[in-house]
Design a protein around this ligand. Structure first.
Ligand code: 5GP
Length: 112
């Protein structure tokens, strides 16, 4: 057992609306969506944040972006935003690396 909520989702200890899974990554709907489409893509490897990664994670990091591509292609999502919050000042609240896929509305720039 773990206190990390996303590791619990990976281990199927708590439910999630899983929309993609392979040996390296899993993607599921955000429980509190900020847009009509709000999907989280996470590695199965226990990585707390992007700044904890190293050269050894090059393939994994590339894989996560290709998972974004696969999901957006599958659901025919043409315009979307991908966000990684790194650290609490940047808005990270769950300390397991995750990519947000946001789509279905207009987004402002710069982000708030
Ligand atoms: P962060 O703020 O760390 O970048 O993003 C964490 C995201 O995880 C938030 O958008 C939040 O709504 C989502 N989240 C937190 N707990 C759960 C959960 O138990 N299940 C799901 N599906 N999403 C969660």
């Amino acid at each position: 057992m773990t206190d990390n909520i996303f590791l619990k989702i990976i281990n199927k200890e708590i439910p999630a609306e899983i929309i993609y899974e392979d040996d390296i990554a899993i993607a599921f709907n955000d429980i509190s969506p900020e847009a009509p489409t709000h999907i989280l893509v996470i590695p199965k490897k226990d990585i707390k944040k992007l700044s904890d990664t190293s050269e050894d994670d090059q393939d994994l990091l590339g894989h996560l972006l290709l998972v974004v591509k696969k999901i957006t292609s599958k659901f025919e999502i043409k315009d979307f935003r991908v966000v990684i919050n790194n650290g609490s000042e940047a808005g990270q609240t769950v300390f397991h690396l995750h990519l947000h896929i946001l789509a279905g509305r207009n987004f402002g720039w710069p982000p708030g």
